[in-house]
Design a protein around this ligand. Structure first.
Ligand code: SF4
Length: 358
């Protein structure tokens, strides 16, 4: 693959940034490795407009890497509820602990050092290094991939190593020595606001004089999509077990796997009976209603969830293990992370029981 001369490309991108780039996003104020890092992790798979309120709340609660390292995991996950991909939050928390304990609270000042931390890949490390430290480091997030793939009509799906290598080579070639922070932000902005997924605004793009995708009229084909694979559907039952005080039984999920470390309802793959649960939970339960199933989609499968509402008939002798099981009062705000469908079902439960949302 032959690249164009880097300097005119950089000049065009930087001049465009001076006029049109975004300069007042919350993480562009008081720039620090910590703020850039948190924003980059939140922006993976999530749009800027969704991220902004999450970022602001996160910074209010954990203004420094030390605050994040010292916070209980439940509190960190609670701030992530609704953003999805919870491994990102757990990695953020683990990495904060490592920075605090192994690096005396200061971020490593190289891409190699940054990528040793959990959840920080090459592109995120490049963004932290270039934006907050001024180091010349290329990035290749989804936006930049799209711009470069269209600009050079780079064939193949970026998940394939040959395609990915070409994209990284292009990113490396065009990254300037000077104004690297502005250039990084400019490339992300260009992908997010001009070279958009379905309606690129080529007329106002600073790269339109040499863009091969535009020239040949097939820019929308790039980057080539992932080869389609039908994802399977699994099913489960979630048990909304309500006690005499209108509280719901929640259990903490194991630290790894889906919704790791979040709080959820008890689950059963097969249709459970009251008697089975009476044995293991020493509850006397009475069946109430089975609700309409709800669908939750992960990247690799759909999950059909059938909610079942049961009430505790008589007081139980069971001792609750408070670090794993709790009775949650749905009237009070949760101070821990809840899996998204659980949050949805709690709302539905409140509606059905006529109580206001917390
Ligand atoms: S000219 Fe169009 S397709 Fe090419 S990089 Fe710009 S916006 Fe994307």
């Amino acid at each position: 693959m032959t690249w164009h001369s880097a300097e005119p490309f950089q000049n065009a991108v930087l001049s465009w940034f001076d006029l049109h780039g975004r300069k007042d996003l919350p993480w562009q104020k008081n720039i620090s490795p910590y703020r850039v890092w948190v924003s980059e992790i939140m922006l993976q798979q999530t749009q800027v407009s969704t991220v902004i309120p999450y970022f602001d709340r996160f910074m209010d609660s954990f203004p420094t890497v030390e605050d994040l390292a010292m916070a209980p995991e439940d509190k960190v996950l609670q701030h992530w509820t609704g953003l999805g991909y919870y491994a990102r939050a757990r990695n953020l928390h683990n990495a904060a602990n490592q920075i605090w304990q192994n690096y005396q609270g200061a971020f490593p000042e190289s891409v190699e050092g940054l990528t040793e931390l959990p959840g920080i890949g090459q592109s995120t490390a490049g963004a932290i290094a270039s934006i907050s430290m001024g180091l010349r480091a290329p990035i290749l997030d989804g936006n930049v991939k799209r711009v470069l793939a269209r600009y050079h009509r780079i064939q193949g799906w970026p998940g394939q190593s040959v395609t990915l290598k070409q994209l990284w080579d292009a990113a490396e070639h065009y990254t300037p020595q000077e104004r690297v922070a502005d250039y990084t932000q400019a490339m992300m902005d260009l992908g997010a606001t001009v070279c958009t997924r379905s309606k690129p605004k080529c007329q106002s793009c600073p790269l339109n004089d040499k863009c091969q995708g535009l020239e040949l009229g097939d820019a929308l084909k790039y980057p080539n999509p992932k080869p389609k694979k039908k994802i399977p559907t699994k099913s489960t039952h979630m048990l909304l077990i309500e006690n005499h005080d209108g509280e719901l039984l929640l259990e903490k999920r194991p630290p790894s796997g889906i919704w790791g470390g979040l709080w959820s309802f008890l689950e059963s793959e097969n249709l459970p009976t009251v008697d089975e649960f009476a044995d293991s939970y020493q509850f006397e339960l009475e069946a109430q209603t089975t609700w309409e199933p709800i669908k939750h989609t992960f990247s690799h499968y759909h999950l059909m969830i059938t909610p079942i509402h049961w009430r505790v008939k008589a007081k139980s002798s069971k001792v609750m293990e408070s670090d794993r099981e709790i009775w949650y009062n749905p009237q009070s705000p949760a101070e821990f992370g809840l899996a998204t469908p659980v949050k949805k079902l709690i709302k539905q439960f409140q509606k059905a029981s006529g109580s206001p949302a917390p």
